[in-house]
Design a protein around this ligand. Structure first.
Ligand SMILES: Nc1ncnc2c1ncn2[C@@H]1O[C@H](COP(=O)(O)OP(=O)(O)OP(=O)(O)O)[C@@H](O)[C@H]1O
Ligand SMILES: [Mg+2]
Length: 299
């Protein structure tokens, strides 16, 4: 009887030919790990592989990709019955890797894979949006959203995280604040938002620290709104002296409701969601995640 727990690596097909990863997988198998690999081709594949992992009784599902892949895997795991839900491991293979970077997951494939297979599990929060959408890292709305959803794939591949900023500057003329109302526990705000960040984690868009104090296991969402009608002056002060800015509104709550008189788009870990009403709820401690001991996002 073989009692080695099964681990299933769900690998974004963009990284199927990654040589250091292949070597790291082989090395772990030689050490006796029962590590199986599935490769995705398009959105939706990761969900089916999570189902397969549950059927196999896998102890761990590893998301190998960028924030979009982690999101797809984490969202699928959140919908598995708690007693059958495998733990989440993370192999950072995207362009921005905001969640992996801020949780101090190592970049080297061998170290990241060892952590994903054998690291200590910690219960972390995941966030549900309008019943059937999820994010593990961050929801961004307003002008930052247009940046990340419209950044062309080739620019992203060539420049990585910096491409978001460059593309954003190129599109400055077309950026407009979004009028909206936001409510939470003991929180209410209405006005023109340039950027809205709702964080379980801290950063999005390739290193933009939108929610610098967020923790992923505190049962709370951190909200930051960059307000103002004059885009350029507002952006200048907020980016250079965030602490002096009259254009920042912060809040914290286990849930937020956002309504707008016209469609606004939220970017949930890289995946766009458009509408006029959003209900956002923390699912406290819903996922077991293998994180480094020095992860700063844990309380
Ligand atoms: N074989 C594949 N080739 C191209 N795209 C894929 C493939 N498999 C899945 N996808 C798509 O890739 C997207 C997720 O990409 P992911 O976020 O992992 O990487 P990224 O965008 O390069 O990284 P980051 O989000 O960190 O910038 C999903 O929308 C998914 O549908
Ligand atoms: Mg939190």
């Amino acid at each position: 009887m073989d009692n080695t727990p099964i681990s299933l690596l769900i690998l974004n097909g963009k990284s199927a030919d990654n040589v250091p990863l292949r070597e790291a997988v082989m090395a772990q198998r030689e050490k006796g790990q029962d590590l199986q690999v599935r490769v995705t081709w398009e959105k939706g594949d990761a969900v089916r592989y999570v189902d397969e992992a549950v059927q196999l009784g896998a102890a761990t599902v590893i998301a190998g990709g960028g924030d979009g892949t982690i999101n797809e895997v984490a969202a699928a795991l959140a919908q598995v019955a708690q007693d059958k839900r495998p733990a989440l491991g993370i192999l950072p293979l995207g362009t921005a890797n905001d969640f992996a970077t801020s949780t101090s997951i190592p970049e080297e494939m061998d170290k990241a894979l060892a952590l994903a297979l054998l690291g200590k599990t910690t219960a972390i929060d995941i966030v549900r949006v309008n019943d059937d959408h999820y994010f593990i890292n961050m929801a961004t709305g307003g002008f930052g959203t247009r940046i990340t959803t419209e950044t062309p794939e080739r620019l992203k591949a060539a420049l990585g995280g910096v491409s978001y900023l460059i593309h954003g500057l190129m599109r400055m003329d077309t950026l407009k604040p979004d009028r909206c109302e936001i409510r939470g526990e003991g929180f209410q705000w209405q006005g023109d938002a340039l950027v809205i960040g709702i964080g379980n984690g801290r950063q999005a868009g390739g290193g933009q620290q939108l929610c610098p104090d967020a923790l992923i296991n505190d049962g709370l969402l951190d909200l930051r709104i960059y307000t103002g009608e004059e885009l350029l002056p507002a952006l200048f002060t907020t980016l250079t002296h965030p602490e002096d800015s009259p254009n920042i509104v912060d809040g914290s709550s286990a849930w937020f409701e956002i309504t707008a008189p016209h469609d606004i788009t939220f970017n949930l870990d890289g995946e766009p969601l458009t509408g006029q009403a959003f209900r956002i709820d923390v699912m406290p401690h819903a996922l077991m995640c293998r994180l480094p001991p020095d992860c700063e996002l844990l309380k």
